[in-house]
Design a protein around this ligand. Structure first.
Ligand code: ADP
Length: 434
């Protein structure tokens, strides 16, 4: 029914009622009194309808759409329709919310919704109870940083948007379970913390490391024996055999170097750190010079400069391995007649060791990947120069251990500079010479 016909259905009976009242008034001789009585009756009926509808709305009762004509019936019908629509929308939203919550609750990863302000826990799933030890409803509204205080979480949370995922965290109540944590800012006020059980991954990683370390270790002895016998062979009579044996010696040396580099990397990766100590840089640079000259055999001009006047704090053996790898590369990737400059200098509150060469250089596209294991710019050149492909990985690991940073600048055809930047906490005063 349209609004217009509803108006008609209301006004028509009103007109008829007033006309009848006027007629009764004329007949009885009380025209005005009859009219006023009829008007009052109509008004009372309207108030009563309004009262019924208001009661329904106030009590949030369901309005049943009436059948009859008139404005009030139409109003009730429209209200009933609106109530139905709201109810359907609410049901749909509740179903959706239930589905999402059920999906989030069933996730194998721990999911915690928390308020940015005060890091208060707003919601968490079942896996969060298992992996993070949160209890429902005890921990709702609690501070997550306090709850996970034994992890590096409090500092990490305070980093907010800049927080990189945390890897390999362990909680005392869950020994043997390794967690990786990630923070997602999905709204201005709410953050999502996702914790994943990475124990299997860590176990596999450990197996990989152990495997490489064991194989390298097991290869060492047979290689030493082979190398020893090859050295003893006297092959001077026949030039053909002599060439063959020289190549065999060369290859067995390469293999030995490869095994040694793999063992060094395994040691660096296993976090079995050598204790930090005072590293006397004048002595270190003197050793590096001797080794560089032996390797270069006069093919390049080598300068070593020490203007820092300070020493380093770290592992002598590891740092020697990193620096000698950089200098070895500089020599191997610089043609005869080139220059190699090693410079140890002050840099702000810290120190820097630069290894600059005038060699082949590295195309810019390769630089970001150059510290990966076995990554080579040119396989043939690396093989020619006797590289193992592990040198820069070793350098990267050693520098990580020393909170230092490797920077690489290179231009093809002009040369490269590898810089090791050490922070102020790694710099120690050099004792006065006696
Ligand atoms: P490799 O044993 O093959 O030298 P590294 O890890 O030490 O392995 O180096 C990786 C690659 O980086 C090398 O194969 C080489 O292509 C490139 N590279 C390293 N140092 C230099 C350098 N000083 N000049 C030019 N290329 C270099």
């Amino acid at each position: 029914m349209s609004i217009r016909s509803a108006w008609l259905a209301t006004l028509l009976p009103l007109g008829v009622a007033l006309a009848l009242a006027a007629l009764a008034g004329i007949l009885s001789g009380h025209f005005w009194a009859a009219l006023a009585l009829a008007a009052l009756g109509v008004l009372a009926w309207h108030y009563w309808r309004m009262h019924t509808i208001l009661n329904h709305i106030a009590a949030r009762r369901r309005i049943h759409p009436p059948q009859g004509p008139g404005l009030w019936n139409e109003t009730e019908r429209l209200l009933a329709r609106q109530q139905d629509e709201t109810r359907t929308r609410k049901q749909r939203l509740t179903t959706m919310l239930r589905t999402y919550r059920a999906a989030a609750a069933a996730l194998p990863d721990a999911v915690v919704v928390m308020a940015r302000k005060g890091h208060r826990v707003v919601w968490f799933n079942e896996a969060a109870q298992r992996l993070l030890g949160l209890h429902y409803p005890r921990d709702l509204g609690g501070n997550l940083a306090t709850h996970l205080g034994e992890l590096s979480v409090p500092d990490w949370l305070s980093l907010g948007r800049d927080a990189e995922p945390l890897m390999d965290e362990q909680l005392a109540f869950n020994p043997g379970v390794h967690l990786s944590l990630k923070l997602i800012h999905y709204s201005d006020d709410l953050w999502l913390l996702i914790a994943r059980d990475v124990s299997k991954l860590m176990h596999l990683e450990q197996m990989r490391r152990d495997f490489v370390a064991n194989v390298s270790h097991e290869l060492r002895t047979p290689l030493t024996v082979l190398h020893g016998y090859l050295d003893m062979m006297d092959t001077e009579e026949d030039p053909e055999t002599s060439r063959m044996f020289a190549e065999m010696r060369h290859q067995s040396l390469r293999m030995t170097q490869l095994v040694e580099d793999l063992l060094t990397l395994s040691r660096l990766e296993s976090q079995e750190r050598m204790p930090d100590d005072h590293v006397a840089m004048p002595l270190m640079l003197a050793v590096l010079r001797r080794e560089a000259e032996a390797l270069s055999q006069g093919r390049q001009a080598i300068t070593i400069e020490d203007s820092a006047g300070v020493d380093l704090w770290g592992s002598n053996k590891e740092l020697h391995s990193a620096f000698s790898n950089l200098i070895g590369n500089a020599i191997r990737y610089t043609p005869a007649g080139g220059r190699i400059d090693v410079r140890f200098a002050h840099e702000g509150d810290g120190a820097v060791l630069n290894v600059t060469d005038s060699g082949y250089g590295i195309p810019a596209a390769h630089i970001p990947r150059i510290t990966e294991r076995f990554y080579r710019v040119s396989t043939s050149r690396a093989r020619e120069t006797g590289g193992t492909g592990l040198g820069l990985s070793i350098v990267k690991h050693v520098l990580n251990h020393h909170d230092a940073r490797l920077e690489i600048h290179s231009e093809v055809g002009k040369g490269s500079t590898f810089s090791c930047h050490f922070g102020k906490e790694r710099v120690v005063p050099r004792p006065a010479a006696e």
